[in-house]
Design a protein around this ligand. Sequence first.
Ligand code: 4NP
Length: 152
Amino acid sequence: MPVRILMVCLGNICRSPLAEGILQSKLPREHFIVDSAGTGNWHVGKQPDSRSIAIAKSKGLDITHQRGRHFNVADFDRYDHIYVMDSSNYSDVLQLAPNAPAKNKVNMILDELFPNENVDVPDPYYGLENGFSNVYNMLDEACTLIATKLLQ
Ligand code: 4NP
């Protein structure tokens, strides 16, 4: 059985699509399935934001096939690990968790780099273009650590 990892943000068009693409690129597809979802439903069925597509492309990753989807309670059964981008996503996801094992699957992604500091991946949606580059770099570092752990 492959290990399944879900990346979660608010819109599922900026941060979590990048996290999905980055982590999947660091793991063999036959053993690891990486997906993403949003706690909000505004962008269901949409491609990632063009700025996320562009920064990914500049790093050699194609995320254009991804489509937005809404996080739901069944995701706690479908996934082994759920990484959220910020503390607001964390509380939104935990609120839906049916039990302790489900809660224990959820972690802030930057806890990988800064354990127990609750550092957010800043939402780049309303910001400047370089916000996407900063987000990419943070996620790349975090995903390197996640991939190393998962491959042990
Ligand atoms: P994301 O960014 O959570 O990183 O995908 C956002 C995208 C869209 C919206 C908010 C955040 N929105 O309000 O539509």
